[in-house]
Design a binder for this molecule. Structure first.
Ligand code: SAM
Length: 216
């Protein structure tokens, strides 16, 4: 989803090169520790990652989006926080392999990804098989994708795409906000806040499964 361009967004990002990366980075150097790395692809204005980072100071978070405007809004929030475990990455999810080493990422989040409903745009969906291949390469062995959305069609598409890819589902929610136990750990995204009272929120935890030599 394109947002209205913010005047001067690029300059704001350029003034904070320690927090906003636009080129391949040495994450160990950037964070100054060897903690696990969790990433969100399509982070929007960053509420989810900032909320998770506040709850889990022992984890390093990288929030990724291809729009400089939304990353600049996430930066405003990051600067207003005292979090040291968040970095913002202005990049297209298609080029993740340039920014992360193989098996460097422990967990990958997708929240309210753009649905791209037209079938001719299938390749742009962040759960299209080519993206899954990229995610598998940077995630640890048997790594997981945690995905939530209000869009039933995208959710169904993603279940099929991941299943065809050979992933397994550890948990699936068809109405996340009815799960009061999960509510305690559920960090809301901007879109989740906007759409939650208009219908169910779907969520899944899907895992890559190591392929045996004989399957290849
Ligand atoms: N995750 C946020 C939330 O739940 O509020 C934002 C959701 S918004 C609908 C989708 C975001 O994904 C947009 O900010 C868009 O720029 C970003 N996006 C779409 N395709 C992307 C891609 N290939 N790489 C990185 N970000 C992408």
């Amino acid at each position: 989803m394109r947002v209205k361009k913010r005047k001067g967004a690029e300059a704001i990002l350029a003034a904070h090169k320690d927090l906003v990366l636009t080129e391949p980075a040495n994450w160990l150097e950037s964070f100054g520790n060897q903690n696990s790395i969790h990433i969100e692809v399509g982070c929007g204005k960053g509420d989810f990652v900032l909320g998770m980072a506040a709850r889990h100071p022992e984890i390093n978070y990288v929030a990724i989006d291809l729009q400089s405007t939304v990353i600049s809004y996430a930066l405003d929030k990051l600067l207003a926080s005292n979090l040291s475990n968040v970095r913002l990455l202005l990049a297209d999810g298609r080029s993740l392999a340039e920014y992360f080493l193989p098996h460097q990422v422990e967990l990958l989040y997708l929240n309210f990804s753009d649905p791209w409903p037209k079938s001719r745009h299938e390749k742009r969906r962040l759960t299209y098989k080519d993206f899954l291949q990229l995610y598998e390469a940077i995630l640890i062995e048997n790594g997981e994708i945690h995905f939530k959305t209000d869009n039933r069609s995208l959710f169904e598409y993603s279940l099929v795409s991941m299943s065809q890819y050979g992933m397994i589902f550890k948990q699936i929610w068809l109405d996340l906000h009815k799960d009061l136990e999960f509510a305690e750990q559920n960090v809301l995204t901007e879109y989740e806040r906007k759409w939650a009272d208009k219908g169910p929120i779907y969520r899944m935890e899907a895992q890559f499964v190591q392929k045996n030599e004989s399957d290849l």
